[in-house]
Design a protein around this ligand. Structure first.
Ligand code: GRF
Length: 203
């Protein structure tokens, strides 16, 4: 069994999409070991409890990032997590956190990186005037929204889009992309060429 640790800050729809993918067999031999949040009132944490999963809040208010992250790392180790999935976790993680799980932390971002990293990626895409946007599943490194790209899915940007309508169109793709990205990583069938993720096909 591969044990996932999920980090979230809010709604948790990507976490639930991963849970559904496990439930319907798209992620065989995978289980969610623990769900962690920096906000005690994150709806995603309540959803995890409803599913009977360990759900732990580690509020970050006023604490140094390294100290806060050390507590996260301790929970992840205690729950014997193999792969960490950031799912709407709206806080930078520390270098020590990245080093504690080398090439074992994934993130999903609602743009076609490297375009529009950071907050409000969908609003940034609209303001810039792109015709296509989408989402990216990538490894987490020490820079924001920067690590090797595992997969991307695109969506059109329509003339009458608002940040809300574009976000909803991208979110549908996020929910498919994250489970697929996790499956690719867990297959182990990839190599890195520089920062480039290359799938390896079975012989
Ligand atoms: C998603 O758009 C994700 O890509 C971004 O934050 C949002 C989180 O949504 N990082 P949810 O909490 O998974 O519903």
């Amino acid at each position: 069994m591969t044990r996932l640790g999920i980090l979230l800050s809010g709604r948790g729809s990507n976490f639930l999409a991963i849970a559904h993918a496990i439930h319907d067999g798209r992620l065989p031999d995978v289980e969610i070991a623990v769900v962690l949040s920096n906000f005690a009132d994150a709806p995603g944490l309540a959803a995890a409890r409803d599913l009977g999963l360990p759900a732990i809040a580690v509020p970050a208010n006023g604490r140094k990032r390294a100290e806060h992250d050390a507590e996260f790392i301790a929970h992840l180790l205690e729950h014997q997590v193999d792969l960490v999935c950031l799912a709407g976790y709206m806080r930078l993680i520390s270098p020590a956190f990245v080093r504690a799980f080398p090439q074992r932390i994934l993130n999903i971002h609602p743009s076609l990186l490297p375009a529009f990293p950071g907050l409000d990626a969908q609003g940034q895409a609209l303001d810039y005037g792109v015709a296509i946007s989408g989402c990216t599943v990538h490894f987490v490194d020490e820079q924001l929204d920067h690590g090797a790209i595992i997969l991307q899915r695109s969506v059109p940007v329509l003339a009458d889009d608002t940040p809300e309508t574009l976000s909803a169109r991208i979110l549908e793709q996020e929910h498919l992309a994250y489970a697929e990205g996790i499956a690719r990583v867990l297959s182990g069938r990839y190599i890195f060429e520089g920062r480039r993720y290359r799938p390896k096909h079975a012989d």
